[in-house]
Write a protein that binds this ligand. Structure first.
Ligand code: PRP
Ligand code: URA
Length: 208
C-alpha cells in the first residue's frame, strides 16, 4: 500500500501495547495518547520545509534552519483532542482547528457537527489527528472539509488503523499520507478495529 507509514519505532510499539490493555485507566490512557501523538507527529513531519538561515552563537555566526511552513493541527472531536497537547509541545506556534464529526452508530457514516474554519486557509500544512482510522469515513470527511477550505498539504496522523480505513482514504484521497502507530487486522461487525483498543473517546474521557 502506498502513502502509508506504519511506525516501527520500539517506543511506539511499547506504548501502544499499554494503550491497548483493557486494564489501562483513563488517566494513563490519556498520558499514552499524548505521548504517542508526539512521537508519531515527529515522524510525520520529517519533510517539513525549512529555510536556510544564520545564527550568531557566543563564538561565531553559523548556518542554521528555520521552519517556513505554517502548521495546522486538526483534531477530530472528540477522541482527536487528546492528541493535541503532545504535538503542540513540539510545535507551539501551530494553529489548532477543531472539526466535530461523530460516527453514526447504526450506519457508521460520519456526521459533521462542528466547523468554525474561517473563509480563507490560514495554514499551509494540516495534520489531521484521530486515534482511530476504522471505516475511514471520519478521516475522508475531514480531508473533504480541509480541501474545500483550500489547504494544500494534508497528512493524517492516527494511532491505530484498519485496512478498510486505509483503503477508503487511498481511494478517495490518495494524495494524503497516512501515519499510523499500528495497522490492525480487520473491523468487526460493529465497525470496531480488531484487535484495536475499544472506543478511543470513551477510554480517554471515562464515558464507557
Ligand atoms: C471514533 C474515532 C474516529 C471514528 C473512526 O469517533 O475517534 O473519529 O470513530 O471511525 P471511522 O473511521 O469509521 O469514521 P466517534 O464517532 O466514536 O466519536 P467520539 O470521538 O466523539 O467518541
Ligand atoms: N472508533 C473507535 O474509537 N474505536 C474503533 O475501534 C473504531 C472506531
Amino acid at each position: 500500500m502506498s502513502n502509508i507509514y506504519v511506525s516501527s519505532h520500539p517506543l511506539i510499539a511499547h506504548k501502544l501495547t499499554k494503550l491497548r490493555d483493557v486494564n489501562t485507566e483513563p488517566k494513563k490512557f490519556r498520558e499514552l495518547v499524548r505521548e504517542l501523538a508526539g512521537l508519531l507527529a515527529y515522524e510525520a513531519t520529517a519533510d517539513l520545509q525549512i529555510e536556510e538561515t544564520h545564527v550568531q552563537t557566543p563564538l561565531q555566526v553559523t548556518p542554521g534552519s528555520t521552519l517556513i511552513e505554517k502548521i495546522g493541527l486538526v483534531p477530530i472531536l472528540r477522541a482527536g483532542l487528546g492528541m493535541v497537547e503532545g504535538i503542540w509541545e513540539l510545535m507551539p506556534s501551530a494553529e489548532v482547528w477543531h472539526i466535530g464529526i461523530y460516527r453514526d452508530e447504526k450506519t457508521l457514516k460520519p456526521v459533521e457537527y462542528y466547523n468554525k474554519l474561517p473563509t480563507e486557509p490560514t495554514v499551509s500544512v494540516c495534520l489531521i489527528l484521530d486515534p482511530m482510522l476504522a471505516t475511514g469515513g471520519s478521516a475522508v470527511a475531514t480531508v473533504d472539509v480541509l480541501k474545500r477550505w483550500g489547504v494544500k498539504r494534508i497528512k493524517f496522523v492516527g494511532l491505530i488503523g484498519a485496512p478498510e480505513g486505509v483503503a477508503a482514504m487511498q481511494s478517495r484521497h490518495p494524495d494524503v499520507p497516512i501515519h499510523l502507530g499500528a495497522l490492525d487486522h480487520h473491523l468487526n461487525e460493529h465497525g470496531y478495529i480488531v484487535p484495536g483498543l475499544g472506543d478511543a473517546g470513551d477510554r480517554q474521557f471515562g464515558t464507557a
